[in-house]
Ligand binder design. Sequence first.
Ligand code: NDP
Length: 453
Amino acid sequence: MGYDFDLFVIGGGSGGVRAARVTAALRDKRVGLAEMDRYGGTCVIRGCVPKKLMVFSSDFPSAFTEAVAYGWKLPKANRIDWDLFSKKLNAEVSRLEGIYRNLLKNSGVQTFDQHAKVVDAHTIELESGTQITSKYILLATGGKPDLPDIPGIDNVITSDQIFSLSALPEKLLVVGGGYIACEFSSIFNGFGSSVTQFCRSDTILRGFDIEATSLVATQMKSNGIDLQFGVNVLKIEKEKNGFQVTDSFGRDQYFDQILFATGRTPNSKELQIGSTGLKFGINDEVLVDKYSKSSISSIYAIGDLTNRKQLTPVAIKEAMAFVETVFHKNPTFLDYNCIPTAIFTKPEMGTVGLSEELAVERGPVDIFTTYFKPMKTAFADNADKSFIKLVVCKRTDIVLGVHIVAPGAGEMIQMAAIALSTGATKKDFDNTLPVHPTLSEEIVTMQKPTRSS
Ligand code: NDP
């Protein structure tokens, strides 16, 4: 049977765009893509990219302080010109969106700026009512912020709105203890806002190596963030210029902006017309096998919609594995065991592989740790310590995990991830010449385990 397309992608984020343009570059493949919003998805429009630019911007006040300690005479650093920065940030996001559109156009993908839904195994319906057929359908509609049901929740913002604030908040409440909450607490603390962060459990970044996250939490507090554990929001009331928040201790506090970062949920509600046979999991994710194939053999799903690992590079790899599996007839899947990631808090954290806690559950390990004051910040009388931990299998000597809390930890962990993905042993680390003087030389110079289990 002749179809309109060989592949139709719903969702123009990192994963969907990659799958569409790589497939369109193949001979004789007709590819369509529908996106109801701006091209680039969460990462480019309201996630990683504008967030990282905010990280850079919010880092300048501490760089100014350091510069003075290094002997520089500076004019007194004032507040950020929020209007100027915001406009530039939005212009950059628009520029990147244009690049995404051009990438699709130049690779021959036919785009539809509309919402689209699955009708059956080979049919999509656009918002306009037009029906399109395709041999394969790829669902890549991503995710969206998940908000708890509490009185006054309509008054809060999420990461979707944080990039378009008209003014820098003076008193910001951040709720949550995950990536987004911790990153934005650090960012707005850097910008000079007074930041309070409510974390319902007794730790930030739950699931990561506890020694590493504890150090991040300690330093976030010493940077001036009022990080509170075991506390949640009970209700929010709108006031003249802000909001009154009642917390689970019964305290009332005033904030002029409230950011909720309490997890994200797959964008799966408006995905189909009636019941198509697609199967969903308990978090509304599209259920797929390891090749990203859904319960319908011609429909695949990738990225945050499948709730496997909500990270841009994972969605892109899943897209590439999908193209390899379906269009090159070479079944390919992702190994989710060795995913490096960075959390752009201040201090930054980079991590790959097993935490000490998980590794200990699986067998005996040697733990190598080092705490040290980096040369650059120590010279500027900054007492903050950096931290590196290696988790090593006692039986095989293979390095199972690397955890870094340090300036540039995200850059360092990328390199460590190469070693881990090739199964490097501690001996391989020991045999590697250090680069001196750097922070990262500590990764290969730790001699004796701090503890063993
Ligand atoms: P996370 O899942 O990382 O964290 C959610 C946080 O919210 C947890 O601390 C959780 O607490 C808390 N929480 C959940 N429900 C409630 C509630 N009802 N009341 C109060 N607190 C609650 O989600 P994020 O929203 O921070 O980020 C979503 C995903 O986006 C991340 O998992 C990550 O994959 C991705 N991301 C990646 C980034 C990067 O690569 N640098 C940056 C930003 C996002 P508890 O721990 O107790 O469950």
